[in-house]
Design a protein around this ligand. Structure first.
Ligand code: SAH
Ligand code: SF4
Ligand code: F3S
Length: 575
């Protein structure tokens, strides 16, 4: 090897003395050759985000990841390889919280091995009213952030100023932020401005979206409803809608970036807008809540107006710029005729509605505080099926709620037979501390809850299979979402093949339906150059098929050849 082949370290040229001979370029302050002359800086942490729960948590995590990446942090491949673990929790049932509580020992061991490791816990398990007990339940956690404090993550970790340390002595606070005050059970404070921080995150590029095909788009935060079993209003606070134009702008940006599908998110997406200021341009909108507490929606934007505006974003050829528009979750209170009409009129709005019913018995619904009866619910279902032919309907059910008799449970089974849902996310009632239902006796024994759950799932399996069989032999449009890794396909575990449930009922990872759906992909036999693919129809049916890997993100016409209770299988139709 000659000396000229030896890589030589390039020393920075400091032009202190006027050079003799030909002029040389001045060295700019960001010249990498100067790096070794700069003072030592502490490395920024590699972070791992562990996200549980529903789509709102998935969306929030995209924002947290974006903020951490923008601050200069890198993403660690696993929890074990991280210097910063951020856990985005779900509190919907005890089981979801236990998953995180059960990992405290593991996290403590990781911290013992890596004293620089910091653990942040956020999401629905962090409630101001119960902050005192958090450190006891989650001993490995250094910092607790409520969902509305998540935009402060980077600042609270001292990462906002370039290369700030997160190591010991960085002053990680475990108490509440100064700006937080309580008004009754409600948290009010400077941090409670999610609707505003979202737009800033979008504008500032502080959003690490996990898919380049389908995007989450939060439109309303929190929940004002009165469901006695539910922790969400306590975790997420009151309903706050994002300004109409900001949402349409975010959708326009997604269309320009080539997103094929957008899902509008909210705990009650169809309550959108009631808390916004009235405006003359929305003067044609009048109050139209059919059930539940009356609110004045006059001259305020609603979900119907919003989906018409997003559907109205068109390409040069006049087709919707976002081909598929979805929204979750809708409350039966606010499924207005205006919304049903907007769904029927908007070609981009997918023929699928998730409409949680919770129980088939009016007395149980009353105790649950749902504020509608089965008659109202079935009337809404009938109307939407009439206006949007072929629409797929899914729901959430809670079995074994306080005082549920065998007869009342039977009413839920009869409802399933009458409604003929495409998909049901069911769970046993789990008392949540601080919710009104804890004043009622949780008197259905655990074994009986399990038995009712199994009975209900078995009944629905048959109904789901019948509904899916209606698709046999038909050609459907499938948006291909991903390649199924071979290993997960063979063993079909919930984690490997997890699809995000339509809503939170299965959130927290009950996963039984997911596993079954994954299993139905087993009959797919990829040919040379092909892989196993999964995608969804407009009706949100999961479809397994074989095809080239570059089909991900594309719309395909697929002929349905097999139907299971949870998924379809098909082959590419010849063009
Ligand atoms: N806002 C949505 C969904 C919120 S939570 C709605 O109102 O439909 C998602 C689902 O979790 C609920 O629909 C309900 O079926 C289930 N759930 C909520 N609290 C629960 C509890 N304490 N025990 C069991 N399931 C619960
Ligand atoms: Fe709100 Fe839904 Fe919970 Fe009811 S079940 S309180 S509507 S989040
Ligand atoms: Fe929260 Fe969603 Fe779970 S709102 S409690 S993460 S289902």
């Amino acid at each position: 090897m000659t000396s000229s082949d030896t890589p030589r370290r390039a020393l920075p040229v400091l032009d202190l003395v006027a050079p003799s001979g030909p002029p040389r370029d001045a060295v700019s302050s960001d010249d990498p050759r100067l790096n070794e002359y700069r003072p030592d800086t502490q490395a920024l942490p590699a972070f791992h985000l562990w996200t549980l729960g529903c789509q709102m948590n998935q969306s929030d995590s995209e924002e947290m990841a974006g903020r951490l990446l923008a601050a200069g942090c890198s993403e660690a491949a696993s929890l074990e390889a991280a210097d910063l673990v951020v856990i985005n929790t779900c509190a919907i049932r005890e089981g979801a919280e236990q998953k995180v509580i059960g990992r405290q020992g593991h996290l403590a061991r990781l911290k013992a091995a890596n004293p620089g490791l910091r653990v942040v816990l956020t999401g629905c398990s962090v409630r101001e009213a119960e902050r005192d007990g958090l450190a006891r339940r989650y001993p490995a956690v250094d910092l607790f952030l409520r969902p509305d404090e998540e935009p402060e993550l980077v600042e609270r970790l001292g990462l906002a100023s370039a290369q700030g340390p997160i190591g010991a002595g960085s002053g990680l606070a475990t108490g509440p932020v100064g700006a937080t005050t309580m008004l009754g059970r409600r948290v009010v404070g400077a941090a409670d401005n999610l609707a505003g921080t979202r737009a800033a995150a979008v504008d500032g590029g502080l959003l690490a979206r996990t898919s380049a095909i389908s995007a989450w788009l939060p439109i309303i935060y929190g929940c004002d409803k009165t469901c006695t079993y539910c922790i969400v209003p306590f975790s997420r606070g009151p309903e706050r809608s994002r300004p109409f134009d900001e949402i349409v702008e975010e959708a326009r940006g997604l269309a320009a970036a080539g997103y094929r599908e957008v899902t509008l998110l909210g705990q009650n997406v169809n309550s959108y807008g009631h808390d916004l200021a009235p405006e003359a341009r929305f003067g044609h909108i009048t109050t139209e809540r059919w059930a539940g507490r009356r609110i004045d929606q006059g001259s305020r934007p609603d979900l119907a107006e919003l989906i018409r505006a997003i559907d109205g974003l068109r390409t040069g050829d006049g087709v919707p710029a976002i081909p598929r528009l979805r929204f979750v979750t809708s409350h039966p209170w606010d499924l207005s005729d205006r919304l049903i009409d907007a769904m029927a009129d908007s070609p981009s709005v997918c023929e699928h509605l998730h409409l949680p019913v919770q129980s088939g018995d009016d007395e149980v619904l009353r105790r649950m505080g749902r504020q509608y009866g089965i008659q109202h619910y079935m009337e809404r279902l009938q109307r939407i099926r009439r206006r949007v032919p072929g629409i797929a309907i899914s729901t959430d059910i809670i079995v074994g709620f306080c005082g549920e008799t065998r007869e009342q449970f039977d009413s839920t089974l009869r409802l399933l037979e009458a409604a003929r849902y495409d998909q049901v996310f069911a769970a046993a009632y789990s008392p949540r501390p601080g919710t009104p239902a804890t004043h009622l006796a949780d008197d259905v024994p655990p074994g009986e809850k399990r038995a009712r759950l199994n009975e209900l799932l078995a009944l629905q399996e048959g109904i789901g299979l019948e509904r899916n069989r209606e698709w046999l032999g038909r050609e459907v449009s499938v948006l291909v979402e991903r390649i199924v890794p071979a290993r997960s396909h063979e063993h079909a575990t919930a984690d490997d093949d997890a699809e995000i449930p339509v809503t939170g009922a299965a959130a927290g990872g009950d996963g039984a339906a997911d596993q079954a759906a994954a299993g139905e992909g087993r009959g797919v036999n990829p040919g040379p150059g092909q892989v196993r693919l999964t995608g969804r129809t407009r009706q949100h049916k999961l479809v397994h098929l074989a095809g080239a890997p570059d089909l991900v993100g594309q719309f395909l016409t697929v002929r349905v050849q097999r139907a299971g209770a949870y998924a379809l299988r098909g082959t590419l139709a010849q063009p």
